[in-house]
Design a protein around this ligand. Structure first.
Ligand SMILES: Cc1cc2nc3c(=O)[nH]c(=O)nc-3n(C[C@H](O)[C@H](O)[C@H](O)COP(=O)(O)O)c2cc1C
Length: 421
Protein backbone atom coordinates (compact mmCIF):
# COMPACT_ATOMS: atom_id res chain seq x y z
CA UNK A 1 0.00 0.00 0.00
CA UNK A 2 1.23 3.50 -0.86
CA UNK A 3 1.84 5.50 2.31
CA UNK A 4 2.34 8.85 0.57
CA UNK A 5 0.59 11.63 2.47
CA UNK A 6 0.23 15.35 1.88
CA UNK A 7 3.11 15.82 4.30
CA UNK A 8 5.50 13.49 2.46
CA UNK A 9 8.54 15.20 0.93
CA UNK A 10 9.10 14.83 -2.81
CA UNK A 11 12.46 14.52 -4.55
CA UNK A 12 12.44 15.96 -8.06
CA UNK A 13 14.45 14.47 -10.95
CA UNK A 14 17.10 17.22 -10.60
CA UNK A 15 17.62 16.24 -6.94
CA UNK A 16 15.83 19.21 -5.32
CA UNK A 17 13.35 18.28 -2.59
CA UNK A 18 9.89 19.77 -1.94
CA UNK A 19 8.98 19.64 1.76
CA UNK A 20 5.38 18.48 1.16
CA UNK A 21 2.75 17.94 -1.52
CA UNK A 22 0.84 21.23 -1.40
CA UNK A 23 1.85 23.94 -3.86
CA UNK A 24 0.59 27.47 -4.17
CA UNK A 25 -0.18 27.77 -7.90
CA UNK A 26 0.76 30.86 -9.91
CA UNK A 27 -1.52 33.86 -9.47
CA UNK A 28 -0.75 37.07 -11.32
CA UNK A 29 -0.16 39.72 -8.64
CA UNK A 30 -0.24 42.89 -10.75
CA UNK A 31 1.87 44.48 -8.01
CA UNK A 32 4.82 45.89 -9.92
CA UNK A 33 5.60 49.61 -10.09
CA UNK A 34 5.09 51.61 -13.28
CA UNK A 35 8.42 50.39 -14.63
CA UNK A 36 7.30 46.76 -14.10
CA UNK A 37 9.80 46.27 -11.28
CA UNK A 38 8.85 44.29 -8.16
CA UNK A 39 7.69 46.31 -5.14
CA UNK A 40 7.67 45.92 -1.38
CA UNK A 41 4.02 44.84 -1.70
CA UNK A 42 5.15 41.73 -3.52
CA UNK A 43 7.65 41.04 -0.73
CA UNK A 44 4.89 41.30 1.89
CA UNK A 45 2.60 38.99 -0.07
CA UNK A 46 5.27 36.32 -0.47
CA UNK A 47 6.35 36.64 3.17
CA UNK A 48 2.79 35.72 4.04
CA UNK A 49 2.74 32.68 1.77
CA UNK A 50 6.16 31.63 3.05
CA UNK A 51 4.63 31.44 6.51
CA UNK A 52 1.72 29.37 5.23
CA UNK A 53 3.22 25.90 5.07
CA UNK A 54 3.09 25.17 1.30
CA UNK A 55 5.89 22.88 0.12
CA UNK A 56 6.19 24.96 -3.04
CA UNK A 57 5.19 28.53 -3.85
CA UNK A 58 5.05 29.52 -7.52
CA UNK A 59 4.92 33.25 -8.35
CA UNK A 60 2.42 34.81 -10.70
CA UNK A 61 3.55 34.96 -14.30
CA UNK A 62 6.55 37.21 -14.89
CA UNK A 63 6.99 38.64 -18.38
CA UNK A 64 10.18 38.16 -20.39
CA UNK A 65 9.70 41.15 -22.72
CA UNK A 66 8.38 44.56 -21.70
CA UNK A 67 6.88 45.10 -25.15
CA UNK A 68 4.59 42.13 -24.58
CA UNK A 69 2.81 42.10 -21.24
CA UNK A 70 -0.33 40.20 -20.30
CA UNK A 71 -1.81 42.64 -17.78
CA UNK A 72 -1.02 46.03 -16.25
CA UNK A 73 1.55 46.07 -13.43
CA UNK A 74 3.06 42.67 -14.09
CA UNK A 75 6.71 42.19 -13.23
CA UNK A 76 9.01 42.12 -16.28
CA UNK A 77 12.51 40.67 -16.06
CA UNK A 78 14.64 40.92 -19.18
CA UNK A 79 18.03 41.42 -17.58
CA UNK A 80 19.76 42.11 -14.26
CA UNK A 81 18.60 45.70 -13.74
CA UNK A 82 16.25 44.75 -10.89
CA UNK A 83 18.51 42.22 -9.21
CA UNK A 84 18.44 43.91 -5.75
CA UNK A 85 14.61 43.97 -5.75
CA UNK A 86 14.49 40.37 -6.99
CA UNK A 87 16.84 39.36 -4.18
CA UNK A 88 14.49 40.97 -1.64
CA UNK A 89 11.56 39.12 -3.21
CA UNK A 90 13.48 35.82 -3.01
CA UNK A 91 14.42 36.42 0.62
CA UNK A 92 10.80 37.20 1.56
CA UNK A 93 9.36 34.22 -0.30
CA UNK A 94 11.94 31.74 0.96
CA UNK A 95 11.50 32.52 4.66
CA UNK A 96 10.92 29.42 6.83
CA UNK A 97 12.70 27.30 4.24
CA UNK A 98 9.86 27.68 1.72
CA UNK A 99 10.71 26.64 -1.84
CA UNK A 100 10.02 29.54 -4.23
CA UNK A 101 9.76 29.16 -8.00
CA UNK A 102 9.13 31.88 -10.54
CA UNK A 103 6.68 31.39 -13.39
CA UNK A 104 7.96 32.91 -16.64
CA UNK A 105 5.68 33.72 -19.55
CA UNK A 106 5.24 35.40 -22.90
CA UNK A 107 1.59 36.27 -23.59
CA UNK A 108 1.78 36.11 -27.39
CA UNK A 109 -1.60 37.04 -28.85
CA UNK A 110 -3.13 37.30 -25.36
CA UNK A 111 -1.03 40.41 -24.63
CA UNK A 112 -2.63 43.64 -23.56
CA UNK A 113 -2.23 46.39 -26.11
CA UNK A 114 0.75 48.60 -25.49
CA UNK A 115 1.25 51.74 -27.55
CA UNK A 116 3.78 51.05 -30.28
CA UNK A 117 3.80 47.27 -30.09
CA UNK A 118 1.43 44.81 -31.67
CA UNK A 119 0.88 41.37 -30.14
CA UNK A 120 2.88 38.57 -31.75
CA UNK A 121 1.93 34.93 -32.24
CA UNK A 122 2.86 31.84 -34.26
CA UNK A 123 0.32 32.89 -36.93
CA UNK A 124 -1.65 36.06 -37.67
CA UNK A 125 -4.87 34.71 -36.17
CA UNK A 126 -6.77 36.76 -33.62
CA UNK A 127 -8.13 34.94 -30.59
CA UNK A 128 -11.90 34.65 -30.63
CA UNK A 129 -12.36 37.26 -27.95
CA UNK A 130 -14.37 40.45 -28.50
CA UNK A 131 -12.08 43.33 -29.38
CA UNK A 132 -8.98 41.17 -29.92
CA UNK A 133 -6.51 42.39 -32.53
CA UNK A 134 -4.86 40.25 -35.17
CA UNK A 135 -1.34 39.50 -33.98
CA UNK A 136 1.77 39.68 -36.11
CA UNK A 137 3.14 36.27 -37.17
CA UNK A 138 6.63 35.76 -35.74
CA UNK A 139 9.61 35.28 -38.03
CA UNK A 140 12.04 32.43 -37.40
CA UNK A 141 14.61 34.91 -36.05
CA UNK A 142 12.05 36.43 -33.66
CA UNK A 143 11.14 32.96 -32.40
CA UNK A 144 14.80 32.18 -31.66
CA UNK A 145 15.08 35.50 -29.84
CA UNK A 146 12.10 34.67 -27.61
CA UNK A 147 13.55 31.25 -26.79
CA UNK A 148 16.68 33.07 -25.60
CA UNK A 149 14.60 35.45 -23.49
CA UNK A 150 12.94 32.62 -21.56
CA UNK A 151 16.39 31.24 -20.75
CA UNK A 152 17.86 34.61 -19.79
CA UNK A 153 14.99 35.50 -17.46
CA UNK A 154 15.25 32.10 -15.76
CA UNK A 155 18.99 32.60 -15.24
CA UNK A 156 18.44 36.04 -13.68
CA UNK A 157 15.98 34.53 -11.21
CA UNK A 158 18.45 31.82 -10.33
CA UNK A 159 21.05 34.47 -9.65
CA UNK A 160 18.54 36.36 -7.49
CA UNK A 161 18.12 33.33 -5.23
CA UNK A 162 14.88 31.74 -6.43
CA UNK A 163 14.74 27.95 -6.11
CA UNK A 164 13.31 27.03 -9.49
CA UNK A 165 11.46 28.14 -12.58
CA UNK A 166 8.14 27.16 -14.10
CA UNK A 167 7.50 27.80 -17.80
CA UNK A 168 3.91 28.86 -18.49
CA UNK A 169 2.92 26.45 -21.22
CA UNK A 170 -0.83 26.59 -20.53
CA UNK A 171 -3.90 28.85 -20.77
CA UNK A 172 -3.45 30.02 -24.35
CA UNK A 173 -0.24 32.05 -23.90
CA UNK A 174 2.61 31.88 -26.40
CA UNK A 175 3.92 28.37 -25.65
CA UNK A 176 0.38 27.04 -25.67
CA UNK A 177 -0.32 28.96 -28.91
CA UNK A 178 2.56 27.16 -30.60
CA UNK A 179 1.10 23.81 -29.47
CA UNK A 180 -2.41 24.61 -30.70
CA UNK A 181 -3.47 23.64 -34.23
CA UNK A 182 -5.97 26.54 -34.08
CA UNK A 183 -3.41 29.23 -33.21
CA UNK A 184 -0.40 27.75 -35.02
CA UNK A 185 -1.00 27.44 -38.77
CA UNK A 186 2.65 27.69 -39.74
CA UNK A 187 4.18 25.37 -42.24
CA UNK A 188 7.84 25.59 -41.39
CA UNK A 189 9.99 23.99 -38.69
CA UNK A 190 7.77 25.60 -35.98
CA UNK A 191 4.42 24.22 -37.16
CA UNK A 192 2.58 22.16 -39.72
CA UNK A 193 2.17 18.95 -37.74
CA UNK A 194 2.10 17.94 -34.08
CA UNK A 195 5.84 17.24 -33.92
CA UNK A 196 6.75 20.66 -35.32
CA UNK A 197 4.21 22.43 -33.07
CA UNK A 198 6.08 20.88 -30.11
CA UNK A 199 9.37 22.30 -31.23
CA UNK A 200 8.97 25.73 -29.58
CA UNK A 201 8.26 24.38 -26.10
CA UNK A 202 11.07 21.85 -26.39
CA UNK A 203 13.50 24.56 -27.51
CA UNK A 204 12.45 26.75 -24.57
CA UNK A 205 13.02 23.84 -22.16
CA UNK A 206 16.39 23.05 -23.72
CA UNK A 207 17.59 26.67 -23.61
CA UNK A 208 16.31 27.20 -20.09
CA UNK A 209 17.97 24.03 -18.82
CA UNK A 210 21.24 25.08 -20.47
CA UNK A 211 21.00 28.50 -18.80
CA UNK A 212 20.21 27.34 -15.25
CA UNK A 213 22.18 24.08 -15.10
CA UNK A 214 21.25 20.48 -14.30
CA UNK A 215 20.57 20.90 -10.56
CA UNK A 216 18.03 23.75 -10.80
CA UNK A 217 14.35 22.74 -11.04
CA UNK A 218 12.68 23.49 -14.37
CA UNK A 219 8.95 22.81 -14.35
CA UNK A 220 6.14 23.57 -16.77
CA UNK A 221 2.41 24.23 -16.61
CA UNK A 222 0.65 22.48 -19.47
CA UNK A 223 -2.89 22.21 -20.72
CA UNK A 224 -4.59 18.85 -20.69
CA UNK A 225 -6.49 20.33 -23.65
CA UNK A 226 -7.58 23.72 -24.97
CA UNK A 227 -11.25 22.75 -24.59
CA UNK A 228 -11.95 23.96 -28.13
CA UNK A 229 -13.04 21.97 -31.13
CA UNK A 230 -9.99 21.50 -33.36
CA UNK A 231 -7.65 22.79 -30.65
CA UNK A 232 -4.85 21.17 -28.66
CA UNK A 233 -6.29 17.77 -27.81
CA UNK A 234 -5.77 15.48 -24.86
CA UNK A 235 -4.01 13.04 -27.18
CA UNK A 236 -1.49 15.66 -28.32
CA UNK A 237 -1.06 16.83 -24.74
CA UNK A 238 -0.10 13.27 -23.75
CA UNK A 239 2.56 13.26 -26.48
CA UNK A 240 3.89 16.59 -25.22
CA UNK A 241 4.06 15.21 -21.67
CA UNK A 242 6.21 12.33 -22.94
CA UNK A 243 8.45 14.72 -24.90
CA UNK A 244 8.84 17.03 -21.89
CA UNK A 245 9.82 14.09 -19.72
CA UNK A 246 12.47 13.12 -22.25
CA UNK A 247 13.66 16.74 -22.32
CA UNK A 248 14.34 16.63 -18.58
CA UNK A 249 11.65 18.71 -16.86
CA UNK A 250 11.25 18.28 -13.09
CA UNK A 251 7.53 18.85 -12.55
CA UNK A 252 4.56 19.01 -14.92
CA UNK A 253 1.57 20.97 -13.65
CA UNK A 254 -1.68 20.07 -15.38
CA UNK A 255 -4.31 22.69 -16.11
CA UNK A 256 -6.47 23.45 -19.15
CA UNK A 257 -8.25 26.08 -21.22
CA UNK A 258 -7.46 29.48 -22.73
CA UNK A 259 -8.92 33.01 -22.65
CA UNK A 260 -11.34 31.77 -25.30
CA UNK A 261 -12.47 28.82 -23.20
CA UNK A 262 -11.42 29.27 -19.56
CA UNK A 263 -11.59 25.70 -18.27
CA UNK A 264 -8.83 26.41 -15.74
CA UNK A 265 -11.30 28.26 -13.54
CA UNK A 266 -13.75 25.35 -13.65
CA UNK A 267 -17.01 25.53 -11.80
CA UNK A 268 -16.58 29.10 -10.60
CA UNK A 269 -17.24 30.29 -14.12
CA UNK A 270 -19.27 27.27 -15.15
CA UNK A 271 -17.01 26.69 -18.11
CA UNK A 272 -14.99 23.52 -17.61
CA UNK A 273 -17.94 21.26 -18.09
CA UNK A 274 -19.67 23.29 -20.77
CA UNK A 275 -16.43 23.62 -22.73
CA UNK A 276 -15.83 19.89 -22.41
CA UNK A 277 -19.34 19.15 -23.57
CA UNK A 278 -18.93 21.50 -26.50
CA UNK A 279 -15.72 19.95 -27.67
CA UNK A 280 -15.71 16.64 -29.45
CA UNK A 281 -11.95 16.53 -28.86
CA UNK A 282 -12.33 16.26 -25.09
CA UNK A 283 -13.04 12.82 -23.68
CA UNK A 284 -15.56 11.89 -21.02
CA UNK A 285 -15.99 13.92 -17.85
CA UNK A 286 -14.41 13.33 -14.48
CA UNK A 287 -15.06 10.26 -12.40
CA UNK A 288 -16.73 10.57 -9.02
CA UNK A 289 -13.38 10.63 -7.27
CA UNK A 290 -12.00 13.34 -9.48
CA UNK A 291 -15.10 15.53 -9.62
CA UNK A 292 -13.64 18.13 -7.26
CA UNK A 293 -10.39 18.51 -9.21
CA UNK A 294 -11.03 19.39 -12.84
CA UNK A 295 -7.99 17.72 -14.40
CA UNK A 296 -7.24 14.75 -12.15
CA UNK A 297 -8.67 12.14 -14.50
CA UNK A 298 -6.43 13.41 -17.25
CA UNK A 299 -3.41 13.11 -14.92
CA UNK A 300 -4.29 9.46 -14.32
CA UNK A 301 -4.54 8.82 -18.06
CA UNK A 302 -1.24 10.52 -18.83
CA UNK A 303 0.72 9.15 -15.86
CA UNK A 304 2.49 6.38 -17.75
CA UNK A 305 3.65 8.79 -20.47
CA UNK A 306 6.09 10.31 -17.95
CA UNK A 307 6.58 7.72 -15.20
CA UNK A 308 9.58 9.46 -13.64
CA UNK A 309 8.34 13.05 -13.69
CA UNK A 310 6.12 14.23 -10.82
CA UNK A 311 2.70 15.56 -11.84
CA UNK A 312 0.94 18.45 -10.14
CA UNK A 313 -2.77 18.99 -10.69
CA UNK A 314 -4.33 22.41 -10.18
CA UNK A 315 -7.94 23.51 -10.39
CA UNK A 316 -10.83 22.84 -8.04
CA UNK A 317 -9.17 21.12 -5.08
CA UNK A 318 -10.92 22.23 -1.91
CA UNK A 319 -11.22 19.28 0.51
CA UNK A 320 -8.32 17.70 2.38
CA UNK A 321 -9.91 14.30 1.71
CA UNK A 322 -9.74 14.73 -2.08
CA UNK A 323 -6.17 16.04 -1.86
CA UNK A 324 -5.08 13.14 0.36
CA UNK A 325 -6.68 10.58 -1.91
CA UNK A 326 -5.17 12.12 -5.05
CA UNK A 327 -1.61 11.76 -3.75
CA UNK A 328 -2.13 8.45 -1.89
CA UNK A 329 -3.62 6.85 -5.01
CA UNK A 330 -0.72 8.12 -7.11
CA UNK A 331 -3.13 10.02 -9.41
CA UNK A 332 -0.82 13.00 -8.95
CA UNK A 333 2.18 13.86 -6.80
CA UNK A 334 1.52 17.50 -5.92
CA UNK A 335 -1.73 19.39 -5.26
CA UNK A 336 -1.89 22.90 -6.71
CA UNK A 337 -4.05 25.51 -4.98
CA UNK A 338 -4.82 28.93 -6.44
CA UNK A 339 -7.87 30.88 -5.28
CA UNK A 340 -8.11 29.21 -1.85
CA UNK A 341 -4.65 30.50 -0.94
CA UNK A 342 -5.58 34.04 -2.03
CA UNK A 343 -8.29 34.08 0.61
CA UNK A 344 -6.49 31.91 3.18
CA UNK A 345 -2.74 32.34 2.63
CA UNK A 346 -1.89 30.25 5.70
CA UNK A 347 -4.21 27.33 5.01
CA UNK A 348 -1.70 24.80 3.69
CA UNK A 349 -0.31 24.25 7.19
CA UNK A 350 -3.80 23.56 8.52
CA UNK A 351 -4.56 21.12 5.69
CA UNK A 352 -1.30 19.33 6.40
CA UNK A 353 -1.78 18.97 10.16
CA UNK A 354 -5.40 17.92 9.73
CA UNK A 355 -6.87 20.88 11.62
CA UNK A 356 -8.72 21.97 8.50
CA UNK A 357 -10.87 19.66 6.37
CA UNK A 358 -11.69 22.13 3.61
CA UNK A 359 -10.36 25.33 2.19
CA UNK A 360 -12.82 27.59 0.52
CA UNK A 361 -12.05 29.89 -2.39
CA UNK A 362 -14.92 32.37 -2.11
CA UNK A 363 -16.34 33.94 -5.24
CA UNK A 364 -18.40 36.88 -6.40
CA UNK A 365 -21.00 37.22 -9.11
CA UNK A 366 -23.47 39.75 -10.49
CA UNK A 367 -25.29 37.17 -12.58
CA UNK A 368 -23.83 38.24 -15.94
CA UNK A 369 -21.76 35.26 -17.04
CA UNK A 370 -19.16 37.10 -19.11
CA UNK A 371 -18.48 39.65 -16.38
CA UNK A 372 -18.64 37.10 -13.58
CA UNK A 373 -15.47 35.33 -14.66
CA UNK A 374 -13.66 38.69 -14.62
CA UNK A 375 -15.11 39.60 -11.25
CA UNK A 376 -14.23 36.26 -9.69
CA UNK A 377 -10.64 36.52 -10.86
CA UNK A 378 -10.20 40.14 -9.88
CA UNK A 379 -11.87 39.54 -6.50
CA UNK A 380 -9.04 37.13 -5.78
CA UNK A 381 -6.43 39.55 -7.16
CA UNK A 382 -7.85 42.12 -4.72
CA UNK A 383 -7.10 39.73 -1.86
CA UNK A 384 -3.47 39.61 -3.00
CA UNK A 385 -3.39 43.41 -3.07
CA UNK A 386 -4.77 43.61 0.47
CA UNK A 387 -2.10 41.21 1.74
CA UNK A 388 0.51 43.25 -0.14
CA UNK A 389 -0.62 46.34 1.77
CA UNK A 390 -0.15 44.47 5.04
CA UNK A 391 -3.87 43.84 5.57
CA UNK A 392 -5.89 40.66 5.94
CA UNK A 393 -7.84 39.16 3.03
CA UNK A 394 -11.48 40.20 3.21
CA UNK A 395 -14.30 38.05 1.90
CA UNK A 396 -16.82 40.86 2.32
CA UNK A 397 -16.10 42.96 -0.77
CA UNK A 398 -19.16 43.30 -2.97
CA UNK A 399 -19.12 42.28 -6.63
CA UNK A 400 -19.94 45.74 -8.00
CA UNK A 401 -17.10 47.27 -6.01
CA UNK A 402 -14.80 44.56 -7.36
CA UNK A 403 -15.94 45.33 -10.93
CA UNK A 404 -15.42 49.07 -10.46
CA UNK A 405 -11.85 48.64 -9.23
CA UNK A 406 -11.17 46.19 -12.06
CA UNK A 407 -12.23 48.73 -14.68
CA UNK A 408 -10.19 51.43 -12.97
CA UNK A 409 -6.98 49.42 -13.05
CA UNK A 410 -7.39 47.33 -16.20
CA UNK A 411 -9.80 49.27 -18.42
CA UNK A 412 -12.93 48.10 -20.23
CA UNK A 413 -11.00 46.30 -22.98
CA UNK A 414 -9.58 43.93 -20.38
CA UNK A 415 -13.06 43.11 -19.06
CA UNK A 416 -13.85 41.59 -22.44
CA UNK A 417 -10.80 39.38 -22.54
CA UNK A 418 -9.46 38.65 -19.06
CA UNK A 419 -10.09 35.04 -18.15
CA UNK A 420 -7.58 33.33 -15.95
CA UNK A 421 -3.81 33.89 -15.82
C1 LIG B 1 -6.16 35.99 -9.63
C2 LIG B 1 -5.62 34.82 -10.41
C3 LIG B 1 -4.48 34.97 -11.16
C4 LIG B 1 -3.95 33.87 -11.86
N1 LIG B 1 -2.76 34.02 -12.51
C5 LIG B 1 -2.15 32.93 -13.05
C6 LIG B 1 -0.84 33.01 -13.57
O1 LIG B 1 -0.18 34.05 -13.52
N2 LIG B 1 -0.31 31.89 -14.12
C7 LIG B 1 -0.99 30.69 -14.15
O2 LIG B 1 -0.45 29.71 -14.63
N3 LIG B 1 -2.23 30.58 -13.65
C8 LIG B 1 -2.82 31.66 -13.08
N4 LIG B 1 -4.05 31.54 -12.50
C9 LIG B 1 -4.71 30.21 -12.50
C10 LIG B 1 -4.36 29.43 -11.24
O3 LIG B 1 -2.99 29.12 -11.17
C11 LIG B 1 -5.15 28.11 -11.18
O4 LIG B 1 -4.80 27.33 -12.30
C12 LIG B 1 -6.66 28.34 -11.16
O5 LIG B 1 -6.99 29.39 -10.26
C13 LIG B 1 -7.41 27.07 -10.74
O6 LIG B 1 -7.00 26.64 -9.46
P1 LIG B 1 -7.93 26.88 -8.16
O7 LIG B 1 -9.24 26.22 -8.42
O8 LIG B 1 -7.17 26.25 -7.03
O9 LIG B 1 -8.07 28.36 -8.01
C14 LIG B 1 -4.61 32.63 -11.83
C15 LIG B 1 -5.78 32.49 -11.08
C16 LIG B 1 -6.29 33.57 -10.37
C17 LIG B 1 -7.52 33.39 -9.54
Amino acid sequence: MDTTTLASPLTLPCGAVLANRIAKAAMSEQLSDRANSPTVRIDRLYERWAAGGSGLVITGNVMIDRRHVGEPRQVVVEDERDLPALRRWAAAGRANGTTLWVQVNHPGRQAMRIAGSRPVAPSAIAPRIPGAVTPQALTGAQIEEIVGRFARTAAVFREAGFDGVQLHGAHGYLISQFLSPLANRRDDEWGGDAARRQRFVLEVVRATRAAVGPDFPVGIKLNSADFQRGGFSEEESGDVVAALAAAGVDLIEISGGTYESPAMMGDATGTASSAAAASAAVPARASTRAREAYFLDYAVRVRDRAPDVPLMVTGGFRSAAAMREAVASGACNVIGLGRPLALHPDASAALLDGSRARIDAGSRSIGVRKLDSVIDLWWHTRQLHRIGRGREPWAGERALHTLATFLLVNGWGAARRKRGG
